[in-house]
Design a protein around this ligand. Structure first.
Ligand code: HSE
Length: 305
């Protein structure tokens, strides 16, 4: 047996409504990746295993190689085995786990010495946006903003906020897949100043509500005008599912990442009614879905003992 590591990386829910491309939260279920130096090879079992096998682990290998290239080293051959526990192409950060796992494993097995900021920059470049990869690496709720600093070059500003113990997340996961590329293709090239102001206020309100535990404000804070109205055309019943979640007592609800899953944030006692209401609302639109009840995760990517 060659030298190896096991890396666990959490699911994530991005945007949380108004925080398009800048807010993301880790969830308490993890993909498990085994890396073993020696020969190339990729196997996958579990959620989306056929598509994952067909992909040959392309995204994981791309990230693996990017980390070595960053240090001007060539990447050694590695065998990767994935236990997939996160539904794929559902807006739950499955591809972010692949990228983070590849970078994280390379950093450890290659002793590359990359810090979190360097890992995040590489990950965001591969993914195209930072809001899933940041909580996948760091856990918690992560606020990200990319920037170009004249003295330092490309930078990513980020802050990790711990999730409170009492919060739960209910996910309604439709049976159909939606690629992020397709969900981004329906977004307009420009938006009105009024809509931009609407979202800036709500994204800021979400973070303020989170840090001051003003759960009564989360519902308003998760309203959005930058992506959900356009993506509704790709997710039948989206508006009604969001309304059903709120009507059943969710603190707030939003499309999870690029969709098609919907995430509702609840306090413990509301989760059962919210699950039921969201499932029924999708069903009323002819969409089969399953419900995953989980919690925000403090723990980002980590090495198993
Ligand atoms: N912020 C991204 C989007 C997340 O909504 O397109 C993709 O998972």
């Amino acid at each position: 047996m060659g030298k190896g590591v096991r890396v666990l990386v959490p699911a994530t829910t991005a945007n949380l409504g108004a925080g398009f491309d800048c807010l993301g939260m880790a969830l308490s279920f993890y993909n498990v990746f085994d890396f073993e130096l020696g020969s190339e090879g990729f196997t996958a079992a579990g959620e989306g295993e056929e598509s994952l096998r067909a992909s040959g682990g392309r995204l994981i290998y791309r990230a693996w190689q990017a980390a070595y290239r960053y240090r001007n080293r060539s990447a050694p051959p590695v065998e990767i085995r994935l236990q997939s526990n996160i539904p794929i192409s559902r807006g739950l950060g499955s591809s972010a786990t692949a990228i983070i796992a590849g970078l994280f494993a390379a950093n450890h097995l290659g002793e590359l010495g990359l810090d979190d900021h360097e890992l995040l920059l590489l990950a965001a470049e591969i993914e195209g946006h930072p809001d899933n990869v940041a909580p996948a690496l760091l856990g918690g709720l992560v606020v990200t903003a990319d920037g170009n600093d004249e003295s330092q070059g490309q930078t990513l500003h980020y802050v990790v906020l711990d999730p409170p113990d009492e919060l739960q997340a209910v996910l309604a996961v439709p049976a159909f897949e939606l690629s992020t590329a397709e969900a981004r293709s329906v977004l307009p090239k420009s938006v009105s100043h009024q809509d931009a102001v609407f979202n800036v206020g709500r994204a800021a309100l979400f973070v303020a509500a989170w840090t001051s535990e003003r759960w009564d404000l989360l519902g308003k804070a998760m309203d959005d005008r930058l992506h959900q109205p356009m993506r509704g055309a790709l997710v039948p019943g989206l508006t009604e599912v969001l309304e059903a979640a709120r009507g059943a007592g969710a603190l707030g609800a939003a499309l999870s990442g690029a969709g098609p899953s919907v995430v509702a944030l609840t306090l413990g006692q509301q989760a059962a009614a919210v699950s039921e209401a969201m499932g029924q609302a999708f069903q009323d639109h002819g969409i089969e879905c399953r419900i995953i009840r989980t919690t925000p995760a403090k723990q980002g990517a980590y090495l198993a003992d």
